[in-house]
Design a protein around this ligand. Structure first.
Ligand SMILES: NC(=O)c1ccc[n+]([C@@H]2O[C@H](COP(=O)([O-])OP(=O)(O)OC[C@H]3O[C@@H](n4cnc5c(N)ncnc54)[C@H](OP(=O)(O)O)[C@@H]3O)[C@@H](O)[C@H]2O)c1
Length: 374
């Protein structure tokens, strides 16, 4: 048995602590990966900061982490298409309900992953660049393609945009987020034209990913600017990413006639909560959340617009998971038709560097994913 170690969240709010961990073998439909790079996501940081407000079902100690890249060391029964030694990325779902939580968290040397949420990567793609993708692309795909979200046409890994109907828009509010960078590329690959928002220093990056127009979301005229760019052409859907993105996204839908809005972020930032048990702050947060969310949902309903929150792991139970992980993503990466975005910034090496990576994320990221090599 290989010797495993993990970066554990031992008790709520604590810094991660590295300790020996059991090695878990692959069950049917699973793989074990020797991790070579992991990335940190806002939800890891939020889980650490908010105790059991989020993911209250996770036992302590917990192994967080969703994004892993490495080599396959074990293939479970019934898995085809993967071999020991394959270089892969995977979406580790140990934080989701009803999973083998600690074994399936990404922040360890040997991680159990679902074969259906794993993709081979080309030799020329480094683990640290590829690892930016799993949660971000899964969330973007769930929002864009699930029938209960925007329900868009699926992407093709062939000539990007070959079937494009240039008259049909998708609006991605928050294009420079990790989720947004992937949503732009997926929507373009599915044949839509994209209008997105980002800070001005990221506009060229957004265009390089395929966005046709980019607007500064901080400018007071952002909603008006997006609506003007639509030029009365059809808007297939609006995907809102980032705190406070829901309201402008709904305003855009109202003004353009879009019928569906997908939301990745709550209206109030959980980062505003202190990193400790704070019942009063939590109650205030809950009230602010209700006072923003209820009017939003009422306005949606009155306007006949379907507005829904998306959950990044939703695709593992729908046809979108196999479409993305079993088809589009490995093919598009192999063909060089998909960019690993946002850019990766390696914060350190070793499991001990994951806590500094979380601290860096807490301090703020702009079109950057913080990565740790292992
Ligand atoms: N529902 C789910 O399952 C799910 C899954 C993953 C993520 N999320 C949520 O999606 C959001 C993005 O996550 P991520 O990992 O993609 O984040 P990230 O990569 O860390 O996002 C960083 C970017 O956020 C942009 N940004 C900051 N505030 C914004 C705002 N108010 N509106 C639009 N963009 C804003 C910044 O853009 P500029 O630098 O250009 O200003 C920055 O580039 C977070 O709220 C996260 O919690 C939800």
């Amino acid at each position: 048995m290989p010797t495993n170690s993990a970066a554990y969240l031992t008790v709520p709010y604590a810094d991660l602590a590295v300790a020996e961990a059991p090695y878990t073998s692959a069950a049917a439909g699973e793989l074990v990966i020797r991790a070579r790079a992991v990335a940190v996501n806002p939800l890891d940081e939020i889980k650490q900061s908010t105790g059991n407000v989020m993911y209250g079902w996770l036992p302590s100690p917990a192994v967080l982490g969703e994004d892993v890249a490495g080599e396959i060391v074990e293939v479970g029964a019934g898995v085809s298409g993967f071999s020991v030694g394959d270089r892969v990325i995977a979406y580790a779902v140990g934080m989701e309900k009803n999973r083998n939580h600690a074994a399936e968290g990404a922040f360890q040397l040997f991680t159990v992953v679902q074969a259906q949420l794993t993709a081979r990567i080309p030799l020329e793609l480094s683990f640290e660049d590829a690892v930016v993708l799993p949660l971000a692309i899964s969330t973007a795909a769930s929002a864009l393609f699930q029938s209960d979200q925007l329900g868009l046409r699926h992407p093709t890994s062939g000539a990007t945009g070959a079937d494009a109907d240039p008259t049909e828009w998708v609006v991605v509010w928050g294009g420079s987020t990790s989720v947004g960078s992937n949503a732009i590329q997926l929507a373009v690959a599915a044949g839509y034209s994209v209008i997105t928002t980002a800070s001005p220093h990221n506009h060229d990056r957004m265009r390089a990913l395929g966005a046709r127009h980019v607007v500064d979301y901080r400018s007071g005229s952002a909603v008006h600017d997006v609506v003007a760019l639509v030029e009365k052409r059809p808007v297939a859907g609006v995907f809102a990413i980032g705190t406070g993105s829901a309201e402008p996204a709904l305003s855009i839908a109202v003004a353009t006639g879009a019928r569906r809005v997908s939301l990745a972020s709550p209206s109030v930032s959980m980062s505003s909560l202190p990193r400790r048990r704070a019942p009063l702050a939590l109650a205030g947060f809950g009230l602010r959340m209700l006072s923003r969310t209820v009017p939003l949902m009422v306005r949606s309903r009155l306007r006949g617009i379907r507005t829904r929150f998306v959950w990044g792991s939703a695709l593992m139970n729908t046809e979108v998971g196999p479409m993305l992980w079993g088809g589009f993503l490995p093919d598009a990466l192999a063909a060089g038709r998909y960019v690993t975005a946002p850019r990766s910034e390696v914060v350190g090496t070793g499991l001990e560097s994951i806590q500094p990576a979380l601290d860096a994320l807490r301090a703020g990221a702009s079109a950057t994913k913080f990565v740790v090599t292992l």
